[in-house]
Write a protein that binds this ligand. Sequence first.
Ligand SMILES: [Zn+2]
Length: 457
Amino acid sequence: MSYFAKSSSKALPIIPLTKDNLSSWCKKQKKDIQHWISDTAFEALPGKTCLISGSDGKLAKVLVGVSNSTNMWDCGNLSQDLPKGIYKFQHSNSKDAEKWALGWVLGSYQFDRYQKSKSTKKARIFLPKSSSFERIVEAIFLTRDLINTPAEDMGPVHLANAAQMLAKKHKASINITVGKNLLKKNYPAIHAVGRAVKTANQTPRLIDFKWGGKNHPKLTLVGKGVCFDTGGLNIKTTGGMKLMKKDMGGAANVLGLAHMIMSANLPVQLRVLIPAVENNIAGDALRPLDIITSRSGKTIEIGNTDAEGRVILADALTEACSDSPALIIDFATLTGAARVALGTELPALFTNSDQISKIITESGITEQDPLWRLPLWDGYQEKIQGTSADLTNAPEGGYGGAITAALFLQEFVEPKTNWAHIDLMAWNLTTKPGRPRGGEAMGIRSIFTALQNNSII
Ligand SMILES: [Zn+2]
């Protein structure tokens, strides 16, 4: 991959230093280096760099400030900050070096598919070959690319093609149910949300792929794939609609996580279910107070056509439960309420298992890929009851909207099945070290680590 350097022979050393150990490091250096560091006022603050030349005047090494406890984002800007060239970390702990390198590489990501002039190559990092490192980078770049691609080129057909490519790469079997066949096969809620479209590329569909040995425990991932969300007849505002190409961010994260799982050959029977639709406006669009009979038989009153994600997930979750998996995890850009509660950088985790919650949230801290649990608060159950149907997709008032959305999904999950629901932004509103503005993978590194440690399934 181009963001790695293949050889270390020309690599310049990068020396990570904390504010606390800078002076002891300086004492071991020659006078000219000591003067340079003090004259340039380098304090080894996290993310700050100091270029040091050799006696020939050429760049010889780089000092980078890092936090006392290893923080991968301290090196997230280095691909831009350092001069073009190849570098390697000079550090005794290879695990720490790998964390910094991950921050570096994730910060080097660019979505330049539509740019005539591609930016010139950046500073690159050398790492000893590591398939675990590469699969994480590939997964996150895949997720970001899928989200960043405009809806015109990332409609339901394109999302299905991306899933098909991934399935082929890992020799998974795939089945895609398209358009009217959704009705024949009894996925009425997916069809109802996605039917108001004109072109074949936009036709709603259910993507379903399976991978892994039959004697392993079953893990099913479900991803919300709303390729564009206009809001439907309850149309969004200009500002509210602008980013809605990202409303398939749940599906993109699920595909990224699936790539990690399959390329690491984890001992699971993986199934991926993605309802892929556009929530659009046409003569046959869903109307407020229409009632859909879902796959499960439960009826859903459409209080608001913009609360469509939970409606398509209803049918997908019913199907997910049909073969009794050991664990279901769904990812969805589901509610603005989750962003109000936790902000855009902290996905909300809901689960019916305290143990899974504990493991995933702890993994989130160690992986620097955090998730925060919100409750499936039974006291709000009455809010999701419909007036003329079993359920409403839009509780009155909207308070606790992330919770009521999760409670709605829970209606379609078998109570005995372990289930985690992740309500995420899937988008960086601003650029931060290692996290460029745009589509983002959130929570999948943490969950992959938890799965890899075999602790949640
Ligand atoms: Zn919506």
